[in-house]
Design a protein around this ligand. Structure first.
Ligand SMILES: [Zn+2]
Length: 420
């Protein structure tokens, strides 16, 4: 369980937060009135259960009502990724940006980073993306260096690695096999490069038992780099980042209160799966109380082998809203990605989830044309049968068309999954 000292600090910050939103948040003022909430009766973290949850729908419906400061005090405008819905606006004040920097420098430190490191950023820093900015600020705060290459562009990535000798890559992990393939095809000696680790954002690299999943295996079997997983979101404005033990992302208890709840909204026990619910601490622009992220993770409250006592979250097993009911089986998209990542020949894919005429979910996997052989289809069929017990539909299109569909200009991340 959380140590006494952490609990006390969190409770002080919680008290401050409740007074702050009561005074400044039109949304929470309304909610407190509606539910007859007496904020003075909320003293401990367990007392938070007296408050209703805040959902993604609440946030979308009353977006600007969450803002606690006049718009003239907003320093940076960002939006959520909006995988399943329209992106929601988030407003950051100067102090919120500072909080992001604190979070990210601590997150780098947890992933064994120091002022001696040089980070190469392979995600976007613009496009209203909070994380890119956070990485840059975090590296600066840590006293480390950063090369902002951005997503894609394997030539520029390798040229930068050879020119500046960065030690750490920050990337969406499914980009790394592409980076390796480019090096192989162009005679670049990637094995003896300066890179020693990769901070993996946006996609899991581990199974719930912390062994590498297929993507994690694919990277580490080809390249001797250490992988650190990090889980974050715009709403949290903070990250759960793994330490060298690789046994889940650590909570930064200065910045978030964590609850992990089951279907009946009860806090789950050690090692159990539940939905991640967060309360943000120290946020000035848009603080959130008991925000339901929709992300399902296993939670570990016990101390970590690294010596830290903060709770840890296992890999995101799925998003609640992304649960697919397919031919009587419940599947989350990461499980489908994991099967596809096992197949050496597959470099590009897109998973399309749609509803058929009976309102049931259908899964279609788009693959490049050159893989369209009877032998390959049968191989995929049996692989899916053995791993997920069901087989999706496969559709083959040209590699150009597939690349176009996945790497859309206006999107911040490659679209491995779409809903139509
Ligand atoms: Zn640890």
């Amino acid at each position: 369980m959380i140590s006494e000292m952490i609990r006390e600090t969190q409770e002080q910050k919680l008290k401050h937060l409740l007074a702050y939103v009561s005074a400044h948040s039109p949304y929470y003022q309304k909610i407190f009135r509606k539910h007859g909430v007496d904020v003075d009766s909320i003293v401990t973290v367990a007392d938070l259960a007296k408050l209703p949850f805040t959902t993604k729908d609440n946030l979308a419906a009353a977006n600007d009502d969450f803002l606690c400061v006049p718009k003239s005090r907003i320093a940076d405008y960002v939006t959520t990724s909006g995988t399943l819905s329209d992106p929601v606006a988030f407003y950051l004040t100067d102090s919120d940006i500072e909080r992001l920097a604190d979070n990210e420098s601590e997150s780098f430190r947890r992933a064994d980073g120091s002022e001696h490191d040089i980070y190469q950023l392979m995600t976007t820093i613009d496009k209203r993306f909070m994380a890119g900015l956070a990485y840059w600020m975090g590296a600066r705060k840590l006293g480390a260096g950063m090369i902002r290459v951005g997503p894609g562009a394997p030539f520029l990535q390798w040229e930068s690695i050879q020119r500046f000798s960065p030690t750490v890559i920050i990337a969406i992990p499914s980009f790394i096999p592409r980076l390796i393939d480019y090096a192989v095809a162009n005679g670049i000696d990637y094995a003896s490069s300066s890179i020693k680790s990769v901070i993996c954002i946006g996609e899991p690299i581990r199974n719930p038992d912390f062994t590498y999943n297929e993507l994690g295996k694919r990277i580490t079997s080809q390249w001797n780099v250490k992988l650190y997983s990090t889980y974050a979101s715009t709403e949290m404005g903070a990250a759960f980042t793994e330490c060298s033990e690789g046994k889940g992302g650590h909570l930064n208890e200065d910045l978030l209160i964590l609850e992990v709840v089951d279907e009946e909204d009860r806090v789950v026990n050690e090692g159990e799966l539940g939905e991640v619910v967060i309360t943000t601490l120290g946020v000035e622009g848009m603080p959130l109380l008991r925000y339901r992220t929709g992300d399902l993770c296993h939670v570990y409250y016990g101390p970590c082998l690294c010596g830290r006592k903060s709770p840890r979250l296992g890999p995101v097993v799925g998003r609640k809203q992304q649960m697919i009911k397919f031919k009587g089986t419940t599947i989350f998209p990461p499980a489908i990605f994991d099967v596809l990542d096992m197949v050496q020949e597959i470099e590009l894919y897109q998973v399309v989830v749609s509803k058929n005429e009976f309102g049931n979910d259908e899964i279609t996997i788009l693959l490049p044309m050159q893989l369209q052989t009877t032998f390959f289809r049968e191989k995929l069929h049996s692989l899916f049968k053995s791993r997920l017990r069901v087989t999706p539909l496969f559709q083959f299109i040209t590699a150009e068309e597939l690349t176009f569909r996945i790497y859309k200009q206006e999107k911040r991340k490659p679209e491995k999954l779409i809903y139509i």
